[in-house]
Design a protein around this ligand. Sequence first.
Ligand code: PEP
Length: 256
Amino acid sequence: MSATRLPLIAGNWKMNLNHLEATAFTQKLAWSLRDAKYDPAEVEVAIFPPFTDLRSVQVITEAEKLSLKTGAQDVSEHESGAYTGDISAKFLTKLGCSYAIVGHSERREGHHETDEIVGRKAAAAAAAGLVPVLCIGETAEDLKQHGAAAVPVSQLENALAEIPAEAELVVAYEPVWAIGSGSAATPEQAQEVCKALREKLTELRGADFAEATRILYGGSVKAENIAGFMAEPDIDGALVGGASLKVDEFTNIVKF
Ligand code: PEP
């Protein structure tokens, strides 16, 4: 964590909680954060509900002026048209979203998303005023064959080729082998890759951009291991899956 970048704790709900459950959960989370004396000036919190929950979450966050940002778990690379089932970044902006996750490993694997598609999705998000949360990370096989940093660094480079140079982004380093496995990377392993990612950002976008860009770690983050990640100089927060669905656990992560 650096003194200049605002830490970001992002909760990816994946395909969990319908819109009624989402409303109740968001309210409980807001109370829990308030009771824990959460200060948005110190840490930013963003939740990523399923698309069908976004309107309900927007209504409650706006009506109650909650200090919670929202984002979508995916976005179309297209603005509008004959793309059945896809969701335009413009629609997400209208729903009060600040962010859109692109390139989560579950979409790369299950929906055959390449780095180029992921980069175009990030570009579409940025064009509509969203900040893309660009997910990258190596599989267990990649780790064995190439080490930890090579694949995520090349995924970052390929995606950046599609994204305008001035577009703000958040990078989420998520080793695929750590996601949902209960076995997180060590803070030292994650730091090594995040440092290499920042060096690549410096090379391709310049030092100011690299210094300003937040790089998150994701993969089995819990309340008991978050502090170790946040102590590392190139880790600026976490993308949290399973633990973001437990109000107390997520609050304790935010309070690292
Ligand atoms: C994720 O889905 O982005 C994730 C990191 O999941 P988990 O925290 O459950 O490993």
